[in-house]
Design a binder for this molecule. Structure first.
Ligand SMILES: Nc1ncnc2c1ncn2[C@@H]1O[C@H](COP(=O)(O)OP(=O)(O)O)[C@@H](O)[C@H]1O
Ligand SMILES: [Mg+2]
Ligand SMILES: [Zn+2]
Length: 463
């Protein structure tokens, strides 16, 4: 028997996660207040069939209905062995038609041998419209001894009329740590020796599905000699091992594009570009929380770039072209985004010194607010003067605030890029405002949203 089947939980306590569903079902059983039409929605391998069977057992156990079926009575045993005449499992993917629903309806007249007849209909969204319409009538008024448990990976395909008859539960994909824990439990029971790193790789690769994770563990165990290692999993599943990512990231962080690129080419001789990119995303996600010399902000930026690469590769017919670009962008990340600036936005402003050469403007005596340059009707607006010669810079400046201090004009703009553009046009600005010096400052960003806006603008304006 496969590990996935052998370790199918038989009691609510044994089911990993899905707390809410477990609690509601257990309560219903103990209060003998039985719902007659349930829907379990969620991706594959997370416990839909398992919970349906445990519910059926709770309903039909001789000591039931109970949330703690005895496991030894005739009905419990029959259900465990899959030979209970009262628990009918139907795969709607291969029984889609109205005739299949009619067949169920004809059986409804007969009383169950035990307490309830339970129909577990898997992938119920596959039913045809006529089949759904026909099922609707039954769901509206099922006989008191019949319970329907419908399961689906795609609840959106179920007609609203049917949905409204069902008590719906959304089951959740399992977290990596929950999967690791369960795999550890199963491995220990089976005497399978496996490294933590190998377990983590399997868990990450299983996308929340415990079934997939157990199948992978089993395969890796057969494949390995003795202990299941990171290398076994890497070979078997085509998962890039962490040490290769860490070498790659060393090159990226140092800004060594060529080395980083060569490293990727080496990796993609053994692994597909998709594997490389999605594994890199997961690797960087994990590193977000680890102290490794990079700042959190730097890691966020790199993660975003890796996510972009994943999308690029997935959508492109020529993934290698994107790899060149994306690796180059990652290697240049310190130049693409001014990280000093970000740490100033985020960090304690008292700890991080202001940029070299910046002298905060002192407000004129008697005034507490910075003074805006007066624009009188007789004097032409300096912005308009600039606009005639350089409309782009004028556009930037119209959003800026400026303060004149003696012969110096302090300008506060919204981003580093704007600051650079204004500085380039310094002579023009000096002329228009009639000063001999300008000092451009970037406005302090107030919150993360602004910050990421800035990052985005920075990226968009890189030529
Ligand atoms: N919540 C869970 N707790 C423990 N094991 C689970 C859980 N979900 C899935 N499994 C494992 O995966 C196998 C398949 O689960 P199943 O309930 O059939 O998934 P599905 O959601 O696709 O119906 C089970 O036999 C069991 O080994
Ligand atoms: Mg199932
Ligand atoms: Zn029993």
């Amino acid at each position: 028997m496969s590990l996935a089947n052998k370790y199918r939980p038989r009691t609510f306590e044994e089911v990993v996660g899905q707390k809410f569903v477990k609690r509601v079902l257990a309560r219903a059983l103990d209060r003998k207040d039985i719902p007659h039409a349930l829907l379990f929605a969620g991706p594959r391998g997370i416990g839909k069939t398992t919970l349906a069977r445990i519910f059926a057992r709770g309903l039909n156990c001789e000591a039931g209905p109970t949330s703690k079926p005895c496991g030894v009575c005739r009905f419990c045993k029959e259900i465990d062995e899959g030979r209970s005449v009262d628990v009918v499992e139907i795969d709607a993917a291969s029984n889609r038609g109205i005739e299949n629903v009619r067949e169920i309806q004809e059986q409804l007249r007969y009383m169950p041998v035990s307490r309830y007849r339970v129909y577990i209909i898997d992938e119920v969204h596959m039913l045809t419209t006529e089949a759904f319409n026909s099922l609707l009538k039954t769901l509206e008024e099922p006989p008191p001894y019949v319970v329907f448990v419908l399961a689906t990976t795609d609840p959106h395909k179920i007609p609203a009329t049917v949905l409204s008859r069902l008590q719906k539960f959304n089951l959740k994909p399992h977290s990596v740590s929950d999967i690791v824990e369960r795999l550890k439990y199963v491995a220990a029971k089976e005497g399978i020796s496996v490294t933590d790193e190998a377990l983590r790789m399997i868990a990450e690769r299983s996308e929340g599905s415990l079934r997939d994770a157990l199948v992978m563990l089993e395969q890796a165990h057969i494949y390995s000699d003795g202990t299941v290692t990171e290398k076994d999993v890497s070979d078997m599943l085509g998962v890039v091992p962490d040490n290769l990512y860490s070498l790659f990231m060393d090159d990226v962080v140092k800004g060594n594009f060529k080395e980083a690129y060569d490293r990727v080419m080496e990796i993609t001789e053994r692994f597909s570009p998709q594997e490389f990119a999605s594994g890199l995303v997961r690797y960087l996600e994990r590193r977000l929380m680890v102290e490794d010399g990079l700042s959190f902000e730097e890691k966020v930026v790199l993660l975003r770039m890796a996510l972009d690469m994943e999308v690029h590769i997935r959508q492109s017919s020529d993934p290698y072209a994107w790899i060149v670009y994306d690796v180059a962008r990652m290697s240049a990340f310190r130049r693409v985004v001014n990280l000093d600036e970000i740490s100033r936005y985020l960090g304690d402003p008292n700890k991080v010194p202001p940029p070299a050469g910046y002298v905060p403007p002192t407000p004129p005596v008697g005034e507490s607010e910075p003074q805006t340059v007066p624009t009188e009707s007789t004097v032409e607006d300096p912005i308009e003067v600039i606009r005639k010669k350089n409309p782009t810079v004028a556009g930037y400046l119209s959003d800026a605030t400026y303060t004149k201090e003696g012969d110096t004009l302090h300008i506060v703009v919204s981003s580093r890029i704007v600051a650079q553009k204004v500085e380039k046009a310094a002579d023009l600005v000096k002329d228009a405002f009639g000063v001999s010096e300008i000092k451009v400052q970037v406005k302090k960003v107030q919150n993360y949203r602004d910050l990421f806006d800035e990052i985005r603008k920075d990226w968009e304006s890189v030529d």
